[in-house]
Design a protein around this ligand. Structure first.
Ligand SMILES: *[C@@H]1O[C@H](CO)[C@@H](O)[C@H](O)[C@H]1NC(C)=O
Length: 121
């Protein structure tokens, strides 16, 4: 390998290791539905976590404090600033009475964050 090439590889390696050793960052969590809420009508509940690091995260969707079973997740992806984002979602049929929560656990949090789905918004 030419020395110029080697030098460039070193620059890249230092840059990558610097990014991966970034301070832990707590996730920012948003809970919203794909469509406007109509009682009795199928919808998709989204729990979007972003700006977190490292990528290890636990996201749980609860209906009346019971874990939803039909939960799916997007691929974990990262943004230019090397923080991660993850979309967790499930099909739900809101009826105006059920309470939906998203619980997110991450090492940068003292305790899991719980965000309620505000269905009237
Ligand atoms: C996610 O949950 C597993 C199993 O309960 C636990 O061992 C792990 O520490 C959790 N990870 C995070 C980042 O909270």
């Amino acid at each position: 390998m030419a020395s110029k090439e080697l030098f460039l590889w070193c620059v890249v390696l230092v840059w990558v290791s610097d990014l991966t050793q970034a301070d832990p960052k707590a996730p920012v969590v948003q809970v919203y539905s794909r469509h406007p809420v109509t009682h009795g009508k199928e919808n998709v509940l989204h729990c979007y976590a972003e700006n977190f690091h490292p990528p290890k995260i636990n996201v749980t969707l609860l209906k009346n404090n019971v874990k939803l079973a039909n939960v799916k997740q997007s691929d974990l992806s990262f943004k230019e600033d090397w923080t991660f984002q993850l979309l967790t979602y499930a099909t739900v049929v809101p009826n105006g009475n059920d309470e939906y929560l998203c619980v997110v656990d991450h090492q940068a949090l003292d305790k899991p964050v719980t965000v309620k789905w505000e269905q009237d918004h």
